[in-house]
Design a protein around this ligand. Structure first.
Ligand code: HEM
Length: 407
């Protein structure tokens, strides 16, 4: 139990808080007592944590007060204070360069591309679900959910199924850089991240080369044709943005699918409602996104001194916007800890908000709509065969293994 006097001891970089599911209690205490909280991390660094819905939304919208140049992930990772990605990849850029690049990248996420992703995802998910039905079960996390980003990557990058899975393995290692399931966790964390990033760049070398010679209608070709103030992107900017696409899209949608299935298994009455009335599928997907809050927070850096809710934020301070807390704020959501597939309105912040709002949201919506439609249409019952294994992270709420039985 924490209150206003003891909340100063909370450290949101303590991954165990999230692994053990204690974070929801901690966030409700912070929202009530210290909505903009000065977090002192074990490594000696400090940052502000914004936890109320209206403050998180305010910070997302105030992009002239809060810069993205330090990257979305807190320091101590591959995006340090001297962030090499700062200003180079979409998620770590500020206006006006951000707007100029995003406008051009939208082309790679057109309605036509989203439709093609839908078709590819459908083929892969149908095959994976059929295999699970025949076998009476599977590891949902590795056998089914990863087919969502695989389908998206095949279309967005024009690559094969095998290549897509190769890239998913690489980004999974990067996002799971603190998880022994994916990497050897010994040694220097920054070196490990630099190595993992280099592996992803390496993956893209041949693709960038090929598209340079022969443009396709894909994301890499769009990057090669993009210009900011009349200047094409540098090689470094191209590779960083390839990585941004892969890291942004691979883990988030598949992990959200896992959390969503787990929520439906744990709330059979809600699953029953969708099975009886498929028109609830749309609101169910929004509730799954709110409930999962897969991307727990994003980081910004204050561009000047700011006073709000008693907090005195100084220019240059790191500020974190906690989606996972905003999405359970009872000032915004009625009974926020109830999983309600018919919840309306449901203005969750799972895709962020403002200028950096997720560019891949329509792709994620297509992926999630299809996977849950397919699961429901089986008419079979999915149950957990053993406890799911969680990713060791306070940034991404992930499920690395989820053995299920299908009866
Ligand atoms: C359920 C799935 C997803 C979730 C929860 C999610 C979450 C987010 C969030 C919270 C942001 C805002 C970052 C910020 O404000 O700093 C973001 C941005 C971004 N996302 Fe997603 N995302 C998802 C799927 C995808 C997919 C499928 C792709 C690509 C195929 C993608 C690519 C990106 C990119 C490139 C950005 C940077 C946008 C910008 O800075 O303007 N995301 N995402």
């Amino acid at each position: 139990m924490i209150d206003s006097s003891t909340s100063s001891r909370v450290d949101l970089t303590d991954v165990d808080l999230f692994m053990e599911g204690r974070h929801h209690h901690v966030f409700s205490q912070l929202r009530a007592n210290t909505p903009i909280y000065r977090n002192h991390a074990a490594d000696g660094s400090a940052f502000w944590a914004i936890t109320r819905y209206e403050d998180v939304l305010w910070a997302y919208r105030e992009h002239t007060l809060f810069s993205s140049s330090r990257g979305a992930i807190l320091g101590g990772s591959y995006r340090s204070d001297e962030d090499s990605a700062g200003g180079k990849m979409l998620v770590a850029m500020d206006l006006p360069r951000h707007r100029l690049l995003k406008q051009q990248l939208h082309r790679a996420f057109s309605t036509r591309v989203v439709d093609q992703v839908g078709k590819q995802v459908r083929i892969l998910i149908d095959q994976a679900v059929e295999r699970a039905l025949a076998a009476g079960g599977c590891d949902f996390a590795t056998d089914i959910a990863t087919e969502l980003p695989a389908g998206a990557l095949m279309v967005l990058l024009g690559i094969s199924h095998d290549q897509a899975h190769e890239l998913i393995d690489l980004t999974r290692r990067m996002v799971g850089f603190r998880d022994e399931t994916f990497v050897d966790v010994g040694g220097d964390e920054r070196l490990r991240l630099a190595w993992l990033q280099a592996e992803i760049f390496e993956f893209f070398v041949d693709i960038v080369d090929q598209r340079r010679k022969n443009r396709q209608e894909d994301f890499v070709s769009t990057l090669l044709d993009a210009q900011i103030n009349g200047r094409p992107l540098t090689d470094e900017e191209i590779f960083y943005n390839c990585m941004n696409l892969a890291v942004g899209g691979n883990e988030t949608s598949s992990y959200t699918a896992c959390s969503g299935l787990q929520a439906l298994i744990e709330h059979p009455e809600e699953l029953d409602r969708i099975q009886k009335d498929e028109s609830l599928l749309g609101s169910a997907i929004e509730e799954i996104l709110r409930w999962s809050s897969t991307n727990t927070y994003v980081q910004r850096v204050a561009l000047r001194d700011i006073v709000r809710n008693g907090a005195e934020i100084k220019k240059g301070d790191s500020v974190t916007l906690w989606n996972i807390s905003a999405n359970r704020d009872d000032g915004q959501f009625e009974s926020p800890h109830v999983f309600d597939v018919a919840r309306t309105p449901n203005r969750h912040l799972s895709y962020g908000a403002g200028v950096h709002r997720c560019i891949g949201a329509p792709i994620a919506q297509t992926e999630l709509s299809y996977i849950f439609r397919r699961i429901i249409s089986t008419g079979r019952s999915f149950t957990l065969a053993s406890a799911p294994r969680r990713l060791r992270s306070n940034f991404i709420m992930g499920t690395t293994h989820m053995p299920v039985e299908v009866i």
